[in-house]
Design a protein around this ligand. Structure first.
Ligand SMILES: Nc1nc2c(ncn2[C@@H]2O[C@H](COP(=O)(O)OP(=O)(O)OP(=O)(O)O)[C@@H](O)[C@H]2O)c(=O)[nH]1
Ligand SMILES: [Mg+2]
Ligand SMILES: [Zn+2]
Length: 340
């Protein structure tokens, strides 16, 4: 029997994708004798994806073709000692991707509703401009940024200070750490259990640790940070979307992803947004835009800049304007290089 089904890519490693399908489709496949783990199928992509270098991303909604006889034949192979990778040969194939709502380069994912920007209060020492890059890219893509400050047990004052910066801008902020009751974050994830979200941030900030707390059955690897550099060691290697249905029961449609830590988000190498977009991706700037003395105000140093006045008055956090200035400089120069 040959079928076309809809599914979602929840993991992709070395050209093998794990696709989650609906419970009813999974039951139908079980009905004809296929063996499925947790409503998921392993498969490869049709040749065209490889040949034309079309990217498939975790979070992509896809149409798959299932040849049940072939799939079951390779199932049988697996019982004779073959690995799961071999199971993916031919029986199930990704045929096409459905239109994306959005996509990110880092972490490379599609169709996100929400991104948790995870930053440690200490160890590793936070770089707010990196956090702000992630937040502003998310804003640009209409992905709701939520801030999580971890390791508050190591630096409680710093954690509260960072939290207040982002609360002032109007973000949801959660302060987490060993010995801190994480109930609020759990409740928030439960309230948003219909959304597709991801934890993102530098290596070693505690993304997988949080994930394990939220999903105790996962048992994800977490890594010590380096004593010498106080940087993470890139413990998580792959993105994986976890169905929230496992936690909150069947009928829950959302997912949460753990992602590998990243270092720099490179504005020069990648096109995230332009200099002209910049004032609009800082949500706390919005009330002041259009109120400056000069219509072409760059909000960097001009007299009568409403935004700079707001920073001086403590209405906009200084740190956020600092990030703005840093990004402005990079994007301005990038534009120059483009013209050459
Ligand atoms: N003191 C303290 N340590 C923490 C906390 N959260 C995580 N850690 C420790 O920080 C280290 C790194 O945690 P991970 O969860 O592996 O960090 P990660 O963000 O997943 O790192 P990558 O997978 O490399 O991106 C581990 O040794 C954790 O035990 C926390 O709230 N407080
Ligand atoms: Mg990790
Ligand atoms: Zn201005």
């Amino acid at each position: 029997m040959e079928l076309k089904l809809k599914g979602k890519i929840i993991k992709g490693v070395g050209g093998i994708y794990e696709i989650r399908i609906s419970r009813s489709d999974a039951d139908m496949l079980r009905g004809v004798g296929m063996k499925l783990e947790a409503d998921t199928l392993l498969c490869k992509a049709r040749g065209v994806f490889r040949h034309e270098k079309l990217t498939l991303l975790v979070g992509d909604d896809v149409m798959i073709r299932v040849d049940t006889e072939l799939a079951m034949a390779s199932d049988a192979d697996s019982r004779t000692g073959r690995t799961k990778r071999d199971e993916a040969r031919g029986g199930v194939m990704i045929e096409e991707t459905l239109p994306r709502k959005n996509e990110l380069i880092r972490p490379p994912m599609a169709n996100l509703d929400m991104i948790f920007a995870v930053v440690a209060a200490a160890k590793p020492e936070p770089a707010l401009s990196t956090v702000d890059k992630l937040i502003t890219i998310a804003e640009y893509k209409h992905i709701e940024p939520v801030i999580i400050i971890t390791k508050a047990d190591l630096a409680p004052e710093a954690a509260e200070n960072y939290a207040s910066i982002y609360r002032k801008c109007g973000f949801h902020v959660f302060v987490e750490g060993l010995g801190i009751d994480g109930g609020e974050l759990e409740a928030f994830i439960r309230e948003n259990a219909d959304k597709v979200s991801a934890f993102a941030g530098a290596s070693g900030v505690g993304k997988s640790t949080l994930m394990n707390r939220l999903f105790p059955s996962l048992g994800l690897a977490t890594g010590e940070i380096s004593q010498k550099t106080e940087c993470g060691r890139h413990t998580t290697r792959h993105i994986e979307l976890y169905p929230l249905a496992h936690q909150f029961g069947e009928g829950t449609t959302g997912y949460l992803a753990d992602t590998p830590g990243f270092g720099m988000l490179d504005f020069v190498q990648f096109d995230f947004y332009t200099k002209d977009d910049l004032p609009y991706v800082f949500r706390e700037f919005e009330p002041y835009i259009g109120c400056c003395k000069y219509t072409k105000c760059t909000h960097t140093k001009e007299d009568g800049c409403a935004l700079i006045e707001a920073v001086k008055a403590g209405e906009i956090p200084l740190e956020r304007h600092k990030s703005y200035l840093e990004f402005y400089e990079v994007l301005k120069n990038k534009h120059k290089w483009d013209k050459k």
